[in-house]
Write a protein that binds this ligand. Structure first.
Ligand code: GDP
Ligand code: MG
Length: 173
């Protein structure tokens, strides 16, 4: 089976770098640098994150996008050839949902592929659950999954759902 390239996107702080670091079975490549904007954390991804894992015998390449909008030009590069997408949002930060929705719409307009929305920080209540985020973002419930990006067993769930949607017999994209 050919490796499958998956793009991991979402606003700053959603958990993209953590998600890839938690799941990757090979040494990750990250491009975190000291942030120049006040975005509430010291390090931020400037170009991409990269990691790989094998799931049900299928090799996956994960490419994380930078969150800050001034690095948007990287999105088109990173989405080239992607067959699926995981959009992460911070479940305890609903003010980030509209931006996440815009990113999702933009990325799907460039690259219409199967996708899953992952709602991070499910281990840190109070937090929005996947059903609530699905309603808020106007997504079908099966496309939205809750996770703790720091826990391997939990972080894998959006990828399992994505593979189901991608490889399922009549999976809609
Ligand atoms: N407890 C918990 N912390 C998380 C989760 N996802 C991300 N974080 C933390 O949130 C911070 C920002 O995550 P990061 O991966 O850098 O976000 P990025 O900007 O999307 O790459 C880090 O300190 C992570 O450890 C989660 O699901 N649970
Ligand atoms: Mg990052």
């Amino acid at each position: 089976m050919e490796p499958i390239k998956i793009v991991v996107s979402g606003p700053v702080g959603a958990g993209k770098s953590t998600f890839i670091r938690t799941l990757s079975e090979t040494e990750i490549v990250d491009t975190d640098a000291r942030s120049s904007e006040a975005i509430g954390k010291a390090l931020t991804t400037v170009a991409m994150d990269y990691g790989t894992l094998r799931l049900d015998g299928q090799l996956l390449y994960l490419f994380g996008t930078p969150g800050q909008e001034r690095f948007d030009f990287m999105w088109d590069v990173l989405t080239q050839g992607a067959l699926g997408m995981v959009l992460l949002v911070r479940g305890d930060k609903p003010e980030g949902f509209p931006q996440a929705r815009r990113q999702l719409d933009y990325l799907l307009s460039q690259q219409p592929v199967p996708y899953v929305v992952g709602v991070t920080r499910q281990d840190r209540p109070p937090v929005w659950g996947p059903e609530e985020v699905a309603l808020y973002m106007g997504q079908p419930p099966e496309r939205v999954v809750g996770l703790n990006a720091t826990d391997p067993g939990s972080a894998v769930t959006p990828l399992l759902r994505l593979l189901e949607l991608m490889l399922g017999a009549d999976a809609p994209s």
